[in-house]
Design a protein around this ligand. Sequence first.
Ligand code: GLC
Length: 446
Amino acid sequence: MPDRGFTPTQLAARAAYLLRGNDLGTMTTAAPRLYPHMWSWDAAFVAVGLAPLSVERAVVELDTLLSAQWRNGMIPHIVYANGVDGYFPGPGRWQCRELADAAPAGPDTSGITQPPVHAIAVQRILDHSRRHGRSTRAVAEEFLDRRWGDLMRWHRWLAHARDPKFDGRITIYHGWESGMDNSPRWDRAYARVTPGPDLPPYVRADTQVIADPSQRPTDVEYDRYLWLLEEMRRARYDDYELTTAMSFAVQDVFVSAVFALACDVLSQIGEEHARPRADVRELSEWADRFRSGVIATADARSGAARDFDLRADRLVHTETSAMFAPLLCGGLPRDAERQLLRTFEGPRFCGHPDLRYALPPSTSPVSGDFRAREYWRGPVWPVLSWLFSWAFARRGWAERAATLRTEGLRQAADGTFAEYYEPFTGEPLGSMQQSWTAASVLDWLG
Ligand code: GLC
């Protein structure tokens, strides 16, 4: 339990208050100033945090997100709030409605996607609804009826458009699609992205909110991010065109593991709620296929999983939280799994002697790529600690899940609900009042 700062009761109240403060009505912004719109995987975690407060409001969150789903099935990584500026790139830069056949007519969205954690939120909503009376249960079940087809289309798009060769791994065409924007996992792939002279000029908005540049990606990195966006625009966001048009194409082992897990969760929901048998069968086939795809990248001894760079045609070795992907979806042989757990808990990660809290840093502190303050290159991200604790509980590792929860709550007891934390000092970094941090805390305390 918290060793300083707020008590659990105070912390839960503040987290709930934060989510209300970030609520625009039918969407919760990812954070008040830095991220004033809805992000796809943030929205799913937010729904996890809202579910214990109000099943009804959690359902609204997912409804808003799914209303922005593309016609091909993609859930876009950003749904823009109406009439809110202050974020770059905004809808004017993406121009999805103008360029993409599959873009929705309604809300403005970005043209890329994010990790498919949404089935977890659906499950949490259903779980919480069971504690309530008939009318709340009906809201959750009616939601499932209404959105089941959309959830299937989302998973089907990932399994088809993003794994055209049936490798059992999801291809991403932009580091942003991984959710771990500037992780060292992408350094080599980005090194081959050469912004053309015709990259339209732009002004970053993030560095105006976060004044300390060491906490954010560099300008060189940003140019590459924007160049990839240019390549996508020129391919008119066409799924098939992207497979050859993009200079960045990596099979993301973490997203693939999340997808395998999400397929398991959704197929379980489908079974319990009498969804079509063919859907349930398809979901478990995808779960198996992607689990195998993840395991195929794992080192036989250490169990560590690796991304596969399609353009360089090789596995990518980095020491980041993504190497633990098999712990999320399962499937490793016993010895390798035990070894991977030892690494997770040992001195290269959570057991590093200088860590303030025993939580997984985004990059191993002993790696040459490690930067203690820089975004996905080292800091601890509470939402990832939550995801690992949730997945570990699901895998039957109650004690490990409890440890992550205890340490996560100790870190959160400062009440800042920071986006990420410096691993050695516990200093809160990035955006404060980050919605998914509050959501993680609410679920832990629920
Ligand atoms: C950053 C993170 C991404 C997150 C977004 C909104 O871009 O890298 O994972 O979804 O912020 O919180």
